[in-house]
Design a protein. Structure first.
Length: 183
């Protein structure tokens, strides 16, 4: 990859921030100028969304939208982000969230319980105390990036207040009879 290609490949990451800055700057021209800038962005986004949807339809109609192609589209950060914006991502929100959790907590400290129809993601964290705060922040960020349709994240931490109860009888189950004392 040439230097120009590398720069072009990473420029898209800041595009959202730049667009927002331009819309905010257009407010200096008054409310009408800001409304027009926002409408322009909406129209362009809708046009690109329709184009992406048609592209996927054409690939599907020609049998070129295989599982391998869908996996490649989902794995490409730029393409996946565009598909997310237009609700065209080939993976379910649950799959995307599970993958994101695996990436931020590979040892299994975070697991998706479910995502409700209302867009509430419930996640179980196994870390507790001081160590759970950074993990919780990483989990929330990962879910927001992977599934923008999730509107609320509920973190369920394990209840460590109740200890494990061991039945008294089991304490003596392996204890043999007392050895006989010598006379």
């Amino acid at each position: 990859m040439t230097t120009v290609e590398q720069v072009a490949a990473t420029d898209w990451r800041g595009a959202g921030d730049r667009i927002e800055a331009l819309i905010t700057a257009s407010a200096a021209g008054g409310a009408v100028a800001r409304q027009r800038a926002e409408e322009l962005v909406r129209l362009v986004v809708d046009l690109y969304g329709a184009g992406l949807e048609r592209l996927l339809e054409l690939l599907h109609e020609r049998g070129a939208l295989s599982d391998d192609v869908l996996d490649a589209l989902a794995a490409d950060e730029l393409v996946a982000s565009l598909l997310l914006v237009h609700n065209l991502h080939p993976e379910s929100a649950s799959t995307r969230v599970a993958k994101a959790l695996e990436a931020v907590a590979p040892a299994g400290e975070a697991a998706l319980i479910d995502i409700t129809a209302e867009g509430i993601a419930r996640v179980r964290l196994t870390a507790s105390g001081c160590s759970s705060a950074p993990l919780k922040a990483a989990v929330e960020s990962a879910i927001a990036d992977a599934a923008p349709e999730v509107v609320t994240i509920e973190v369920v931490e394990p209840d460590r207040s109740a200890g494990t109860i061991i039945p008294v009888g089991s304490l003596f189950s392996r204890v043999g009879p007392a050895p006989a004392e010598a006379p």
